[in-house]
Write a protein that binds this ligand. Structure first.
Ligand code: GDP
Ligand code: ADP
Ligand code: 5GP
Length: 206
């Protein structure tokens, strides 16, 4: 059947990555989302096992020592990590998977999965980014100031990604993301195992 594709989506906090990926998953039944582990506090409305696996610092350190993480990073003073077993099980089953991770994690995943496709979501301006962070209403002024500073650092890594998507008009950015996923699925290397029967027929008929 062939392995599923691995998509990495990164963005500065507030660029709209979470909203875009959520909408993409609603549109595309073939895509799954990797649920990360984090040591940060759950925000109002976030559910353990759905938005994140919320772990204590001790639990996180133990899994890290056991080598459970495909990648991990410290972001805004909290630890985040992706469990390797979950990723491998998903793509081995032929399902396409999205990782919503920061640039440090993206680097680690590229080293381990050369075929990973990475997408960086940019806000239309720095000012728009700050407005969105404030508008979301989930973080205090201190946290927002910290996230804005880190956002600038994060954005400097845009050059490491395969695709840049500007999230100005949401629906347009969503269409672009969906188009990238669709195009990547038509690559020869991806199609060959999936179209084995058709391609075999073509090759045996010449
Ligand atoms: P995180 O800090 O990386 O987790 O960023 P989030 O994904 O949690 O949220 C960033 C902000 O962008 C939030 O306040 C969202 O509500 C906002 N946002 C996302 N999509 C839209 C949209 O389509 N329209 C508007 N107006 N705001 C959006
Ligand atoms: P991220 O996951 O990158 O931090 P979110 O998805 O939480 O970002 O989006 C941040 C805020 O900006 C949210 O309040 C969201 O509704 C809003 N937002 C996202 N995309 C747009 C857009 N294209 N135009 C205006 N606001 C947006
Ligand atoms: P938030 O706390 O706002 O949900 O996420 C903050 C940052 O952590 C985002 O930049 C997000 O991409 C990153 N992040 C979330 N999960 C992971 C993960 O599993 N690994 C890594 N490396 N970064 C993550």
């Amino acid at each position: 059947m062939g392995e599923g594709l691995l998509f990495i989506v990164s963005a500065p906090s507030g660029a709209g990555k979470t909203s875009l990926v959520k909408a993409l998953l609603e549109r595309d039944a073939e895509l799954s989302l990797s649920v990360s582990c984090t040591t940060r506090q759950a925000r109002a409305g976030e559910q353990d096992g759905i938005h994140y696996h919320f772990l204590s610092q001790d639990q996180f350190r133990q899994e890290l020592a056991e080598g459970a993480f495909l990648e991990h990073a410290e972001v805004f003073g909290n630890f985040y990590g992706t469990r390797e077993a979950d990723v491998r099980a998903c793509i081995a089953a032929g399902r396409d998977l999205v990782l919503e991770i920061d640039w440090q994690g993206a680097r680690q995943v590229r080293e381990r999965f050369g075929a990973a496709i990475s997408i960086f979501v940019l806000p239309p301006s720095i000012q728009a980014l700050e407005q969105r962070l404030r508008g979301r209403g989930t973080d205090s002024d201190d946290i927002i100031a910290g996230r804005m500073a880190q956002a600038r650092d994060e954005m400097l890594h845009f050059g490491e990604y395969d695709y840049l998507v500007v999230n100005d008009r949401f629906e347009m950015a969503l269409d672009v993301l969906a188009a990238i996923v669709t195009a990547e699925r038509q690559r020869l290397s991806h199609q060959r195992p999936r179209l084995a029967s058709l391609l075999g027929e073509i090759e045996s008929n010449h």
